[in-house]
Write a protein that binds this ligand. Structure first.
Ligand code: NAP
Length: 265
């Protein structure tokens, strides 16, 4: 489907790996120019660039290291994108981290809160001066775990913190929508369920097994392509009258009170 994104300039944070990389690739395939931000995994970023080297669309791909936990990197990231592309047509806030269950100290959690929740809001406000005067779209990537409890030890508490960080981002998206609409900028969210190929997912085998025996939803995990299609829709003129919304890409899992039935201890 043609979403009318050819030539558009889109910044995707966390855009070199996992779900973010899939979004970057779908945008490139749709003819968009993509600046893919990443935290510090240069090897993965290089691999991504190399994987696109033979494609015509690779001319529209930049990878930019910028640690979103560092305020000065926000400015650096936006400057680099503006220098390369000019005004931005879209921003996808996809970068996120999860703190391992055995490291849930305040400093680690504070770092997670900055990267997952505060940085996307702050970056969006900074980007308001960088967006195209023709209008722009911001898409924040949440998770269904912002409201569905994940009861399996050993990750349950880590997932509570991760999910709650996305709850902050969802609330902020709705609150900032009003200021943004006066600048011609829409702000929406995507809430994926567990997604095959995302680095923050549990192990593939465990997930596959759980889903096969699941009692909810579509009985499969999301594919990165499912998430990317929803992001492209929200970036595109096809959704030009939609703002302040959250679109679930979770096979109906958001209607379930638990991630899956608690296992016998
Ligand atoms: N995986 C899932 O099942 C799932 C389900 C629902 C929602 N989501 C959401 O989808 C998004 C992507 O998840 P994923 O599983 O694909 O993650 P991932 O594979 O771990 O990739 C995370 C990306 O974020 C970047 N990043 C991490 N810390 C950063 C920092 N401080 N500054 C800048 N960039 C940073 C990473 O850069 P480096 O490569 O440099 O580290 C990487 O590009 C997240 O928002 C996540 O909450 C994922």
């Amino acid at each position: 489907m043609d979403f009318g994104l050819a030539g558009k300039a889109i910044l995707v944070t966390g855009g070199t790996r996992g779900v973010g990389r899939g979004i970057s690739e779908a945008l490139l395939d749709a003819g968009a120019r993509v600046a893919a931000g990443y935290g510090g995994n240069h090897e993965e970023a290089k691999r991504f660039l190399e994987s696109r080297a033979t494609e015509k669309s690779s001319r529209g791909l930049l990878v930019i290291p910028a640690d979103l936990a560092r305020e000065e990197d926000h400015e650096k990231l936006l400057d680099a994108v503006r220098e390369a592309f000019g005004p931005l047509d879209g921003l996808v806030n996809g970068a996120a981290i999860k703190v391992p269950e055995d490291q849930l100290g305040l400093p680690q959690l504070a770092q997670m809160a900055v990267v997952n929740a505060i940085a996307p809001v702050s970056l969006t406000y900074r980007a308001l001066d960088f967006f195209s005067p023709r209008g722009a779209s911001v898409v924040n990537i949440l998770t269904v775990l912002k409201e569905v409890y994940y009861p399996e030890p050993p990750q349950a508490r880590a997932m509570v913190h991760h999910g709650a960080s996305k709850g902050y981002l969802e609330t902020a998206s709705k609150l900032m929508m009003d200021e943004c609409r006066h600048r011609g900028v829409r702000v929406n969210c995507i809430a994926p369920g567990p997604t095959r190929g995302g680095g923050l997912s549990k192990s593939e085998a465990t997930h596959a097994e759980r889903f096969r025996h699941g009692q909810y939803g579509m009985k499969r995990r999301a594919e990165i392509a499912d998430v990317a299609a929803a992001v492209l829709f929200l970036l595109s003129p096809c959704s030009s009258h939609i703002t302040g919304q959250t679109l679930y890409v979770a096979g109906g899992q958001e209607r379930a009170p638990f991630f899956y039935p608690r296992q016998k201890e």
